[in-house]
Design a protein around this ligand. Structure first.
Ligand code: SAM
Length: 356
């Protein structure tokens, strides 16, 4: 009897190791792909020689955190929290074609950085600027067109994976376990309504829809071009509806959603806007609702990475990052009326949940 019981457990562990191994290989690939970027940066932006150059290197401590994150992600999959299909296998040809585009774009990014040109947009991208908040009218990370072109949307996800050694998707998924725990009694999400603010090109939205296939999901962002790409990306998920809008001014009635989620949003907002987003999230949540986020770790979270939190906004155009890392999100959630605030760690990110 114990033998027959131990076989499935063994198989589960084997599958988990396999997924973990696959994820480590994927991470190594992105890490290798990222290595030419500092060289391109140095050629086209001589001022980048003054930064420490430690960003993008993998020391033993970072590797431990990466390994821990990918191991947990593999376990979550084998335990059935979300399906194996979250690990989309990409065909090599489009992957490497996009990588070449990223290398070419890195030269333009470096030039922009050298000239401190944080508000340079193509004519096509400029059409979207009107009606967008002032704090948003910039090239975050000095990326071409900021968030305002299809071209930017098409390379963005890969660029983020290069920045985080192929761990960005696993960091995004780290919030799924707390969400699955909270909604244990609705394993497929039936009867639940979720709002994702700042969905970008819909990377996390898809994971959320895969983890809760019967939930209604509204995905919002300020960027029209990113939302166009998100629509393509989420075509197979009819329960996801996509709309343009501001996270700090939500077009929904009070007490509409069971959860409001955001991934990598708050570090790109001024403090006042962060507070407005939390007030709006609180308003649109049902009485038993949950707010959830994933974003960069902050100053108090890990003394080993304080240097990285200082270095990051010097290398990438992130005008609100310094303020973000110095104002703990736990406190902001608490002063916005949330309770039972819980956090966890996912490499360079933290995830947080809070009850209304
Ligand atoms: C760093 S990206 C993260 C995108 C996506 N969540 C992801 O994980 O890839 C930040 C996103 O926030 C969006 N954004 C910034 N300010 C916003 C606001 N006030 N309301 C809604 N979306 C906003 C941007 O357009 C962009 O798509």
């Amino acid at each position: 009897m114990p033998e027959t019981e131990s076989i499935p457990q063994k198989s589960i562990m084997k599958l988990s190791h396999l997924i973990h191994g696959f994820q480590l290989g994927r991470s190594a690939l992105y890490f290798l792909e990222s290595q030419p970027l500092p060289i391109i940066r140095k050629i086209f932006d001589p001022s980048s020689r003054n930064t420490t150059g430690r960003l993008g290197k993998m020391d033993q401590y970072s590797f431990q955190l990466v390994n821990q994150l990918l191991k947990q992600d593999a376990l979550n999959i084998t335990e059935g929290l979300y399906p194996l299909t979250v690990l989309e296998l990409e065909r090599p040809a489009p992957h490497f074609k996009r990588l070449l585009k990223i290398f070419a774009d890195a030269a333009f990014m470096a030039r922009r950085r050298n000239n401190k040109a944080s508000k340079a947009f193509s004519r096509k991208a400029k059409q979207w600027l009107e009606d967008l908040p002032e704090y948003y009218q910039r090239n975050f990370h000095y990326q071409t067109d900021g968030y305002l072109s299809k071209k930017s949307a098409e390379i963005y996800e890969h660029q983020v994976e290069l920045l985080f050694a192929g761990t960005a998707n696993a960091m995004r998924r780290s919030i799924l376990r707390p969400l699955k725990d909270q909604f244990k009694s609705h394993p497929t999400g039936r009867g639940l309504r979720f709002l994702e603010v700042a969905c970008g090109r819909g990377t996390f939205t898809k994971y959320l829809a895969q983890a809760f296939p019967e939930a209604e999901i509204v995905a919002m962002d300020l960027s029209h071009p990113y939302l166009q790409v998100a629509k393509d990306h989420l075509r197979a998920f009819p329960r996801v509806s996509i709309q343009q809008g501001k996270a700090e001014d939500l077009p929904f009635k009070d007490a509409t959603f069971d959860a409001v989620v955001s991934v990598f949003l708050f570090h790109e907002l001024p403090l006042e806007v962060r507070k407005q987003v939390l007030a709006e999230s609180h308003r649109v949540l049902k009485e038993t609702g949950l707010a959830a986020m994933v974003d960069s770790i902050q100053m108090h979270d890990d003394s080993n990475f304080e240097w990285a939190l200082q270095e990051f906004p010097k290398s990438f155009h992130e005008p609100f990052y310094k303020n973000y890392v110095n104002h703990p999100m736990e406190e902001l959630f608490s002063t916005s009326g949330f309770s039972q605030i819980e956090t966890g760690r996912a490499f360079l990110s933290k995830y947080l949940t809070a009850q209304k």
